[in-house]
Design a protein around this ligand. Sequence first.
Ligand code: 5GP
Ligand code: ZN
Length: 114
Amino acid sequence: MTMTGCVFCRIVAKEIPSTVVNETEQTIVVKDINPQAPTHLLVIPRAHYSTLLDCGDDALLAEMMATARDTAQKLGIGKSGFRLVVNTNEGGGQTVFHLHMHLLGGRALAGRMG
Ligand code: 5GP
Ligand code: ZN
């Protein structure tokens, strides 16, 4: 289901341009517009769920994580290391209310969690 006015639904529909680095049946992987690391990608489900708490589709959540893993390997940052983040609700730092997973890598991320 597409939510009118949702920026990530529009990215999935290719109504807003983005740099697509991978696509699977249920997800699209794009470059973050405001990268926080040399590699900063967003794994976005094609279906709209506002937050992780709203998604009861555990198979989709598994596909998101597997897609992030496969994409990291494909980009050659598997060995050097990467981080997966799902910000949830305002207190968790979520700003776009369409479920997504950040894939960050390409620099040392050790140290603080957030
Ligand atoms: P959140 O804070 O919700 O976890 O992350 C939202 C992310 O989406 C941010 O890192 C932000 O830079 C990214 N973002 C917001 N709007 C766009 C957009 O139009 N295109 C792309 N590629 N990324 C976006
Ligand atoms: Zn959406």
